[in-house]
Design a protein around this ligand. Structure first.
Ligand code: MN
Length: 246
C-alpha cells in the first residue's frame, strides 16, 4: 500500500521532547513528515491561541526531519504549520509524556493540537503515554504507534481520535471518554522565602466505568477514543426546549 500522506507533527511538551522525535520516526513510514512544535513546554495550556502578539518560527534540526519551533501554543503551531505547508492530511500530536484520559482532555495541549486540525478541516490524532519515575521506553512503544497509525490513518471517517499507549500493551480497545468529577484541590504551601503559593491538583475521583479510556488503559490496552467538536448536550437541549417553550 502506498501511503504518501502529508503528516504534520506537533506536541505540547516542546520541540525537543523525545516523544515528538519518536512519533516522527514512526510517522515517516506513512508519508512526508514535517515537525512544527512549541519552542517551550505548553502542557496543560489547552486550546489557547496567541492573538495579542505575532508568531514566528525558526528552523530547528531534529535528526533528519524538517522541523520548526514556534513561539506559541500547540494550536498556534498547527494553524501556522498548515498555513505554511499546503494540503496537510493529518496532524499527529505527541507522543505526550503523560496520559490524556477523561477530564484531562479539557486541559490537554496535546489534544488541542489535534482539535485545531479538526477545526481547520484536517484530521487530528493525539497520542500520549504514561510517565512514571523513568522516561517512557519509546523504542518499545514504536510498534504500537505503528499499529495505531496503520489502523487510523486510512480511515478517513475518523476526524479526531485520542490515543493512549501503555507500556507493554496487550492490545487495542475502542473506548469512551471517562467523564466524572476530579478533586480539583488547591493545596497551599510556602516557598523557601516563606511566601505562600498554591498547587492545583486534578486527581480523578471517579470509579472506573467499563469501556472508558481510563478503564482500558489500566488493564493494559491502547485506548482509541473518537471525539467530536460539538459539545452540545443533546438531551439537555431537548429537555430545555420542552420546558421553556415560547
Ligand atoms: Mn505535555
Amino acid at each position: 500500500m502506498t501511503w504518501g500522506m502529508k503528516l504534520l507533527i506537533c506536541n505540547d511538551d516542546g520541540i525537543y521532547s523525545p516523544g515528538l522525535a519518536a512519533l516522527a520516526k514512526v510517522a515517516r513510514r506513512f508519508g512526508d513528515v514535517r515537525i512544527v512544535a512549541p519552542d517551550v513546554e505548553q502542557s496543560s495550556m489547552g486550546h489557547a491561541i496567541t492573538a495579542s502578539r505575532p508568531l514566528t518560527y525558526r528552523r530547528t534540526p531534529i535528526g533528519s526531519f524538517d522541523a520548526y519551533r514556534v513561539n506559541g501554543t500547540p494550536a498556534d503551531c498547527v494553524a501556522l504549520g498548515a498555513h505554511q505547508w499546503d494540503q496537510v492530511d493529518v496532524v499527529l500530536s505527541g507522543i505526550n509524556l503523560g496520559t490524556n484520559l477523561g477530564n484531562s482532555m479539557w486541559h490537554s495541549g496535546t489534544l488541542a493540537a489535534a482539535k485545531q486540525a479538526a477545526l481547520l478541516g484536517m484530521r487530528g490524532i493525539a497520542l500520549s503515554t504514561p510517565v512514571t519515575d523513568t522516561e517512557p521506553d519509546f523504542e518499545a512503544l514504536a510498534p504500537w504507534v505503528d499499529r495505531v497509525l496503520e489502523l487510523l490513518l486510512p480511515d478517513t471517517t475518523l476526524h479526531l481520535v485520542n490515543v493512549n499507549i501503555p507500556p507493554s500493551a496487550k492490545g487495542m480497545r475502542w473506548t469512551r471518554q471517562s467523564v466524572r468529577h476530579y478533586d480539583g484541590q488547591v493545596v497551599p504551601g510556602a516557598d523557601p522565602m516563606g511566601r505562600q503559593h498554591f498547587w492545583l491538583t486534578v486527581r480523578p475521583i471517579e470509579t472506573l466505568d467499563e469501556g472508558t479510556d481510563r478503564w482500558a488503559l489500566q488493564r493494559g490496552y491502547v485506548t482509541l477514543t473518537p471525539l467530536r467538536l460539538d459539545l452540545t448536550n443533546e438531551a439537555e437541549l431537548a429537555a430545555a426546549m420542552k420546558r421553556h417553550r415560547e
